[in-house]
Write a protein that binds this ligand. Structure first.
Ligand SMILES: [Zn+2]
Length: 179
């Protein structure tokens, strides 16, 4: 990857040998490896057995989970928040694990719609929940820094599974809790 970053620096008309840039390919490669570390994680690693029996059948919500991802169309960041809720059916998952599932999928090349669905489907599968709702709001650098240069547009996506899809009341509860 270092070599490729050196070629990109040349291609934009810079000199990869000048002092300020000499170590940039290695640093950029390291940063990119970090930003895509989700490819080297599995759901099993991330959840690591943190599932606990529970009688709780009320909504569990983790809101404002910070999210940093890279859009797969431009390799530019999109940054925002994820709100994740589920209704347990016999099992609950450690709260930090919800954030880790978000991170695992965010640290890959993504489109926001797909990221939202992947988080929801994974949480449903892992917990066997009665329903899962995920909402992501994010700002996309590919819109803000280039193209239409819309600085204030926020993209919102949602995925509703199980009771979050079938019950308007559940959806409304979720929406009012994150408001
Ligand atoms: Zn993009």
């Amino acid at each position: 990857m270092n070599e490729h970053y050196a070629r990109i620096i040349e291609a934009i008309g810079e000199d990869p040998q000048r002092p300020g840039l000499r170590d940039t390919p290695a640093r950029a490669a390291k940063a990119m490896e970090y930003l895509t570390r989700g490819y080297r994680q599995t759901v099993e690693d991330v959840v690591n057995g943190a599932l606990f029996p529970s009688d709780c059948s009320e909504m569990v919500l983790v809101k404002d989970i910070e999210l940093y991802s890279l859009c797969e169309h431009h390799l530019l960041p999109f940054i925002g928040k994820a709100h994740v809720a589920y209704i347990p059916d016999g099992k609950v998952v450690g709260l930090s694990k919800v954030a880790r599932i978000v991170d695992m999928f965010a640290r890959r090349l993504q489109i926001q719609e797909q990221l939202t669905v992947e988080i929801a489907e994974t949480l449903l599968r892992v917990t066997g929940a009665a329903g899962v709702g995920v909402i992501i709001e994010a700002k996309h650098m590919c819109m803000m820094m280039r193209g239409v240069e819309k600085q204030n547009s926020v993209m919102k996506t949602s995925a509703m599974l199980g009771t979050f899809r079938s019950s308007q009341a559940t959806r409304n509860e979720f929406l009012s809790l994150i408001r």
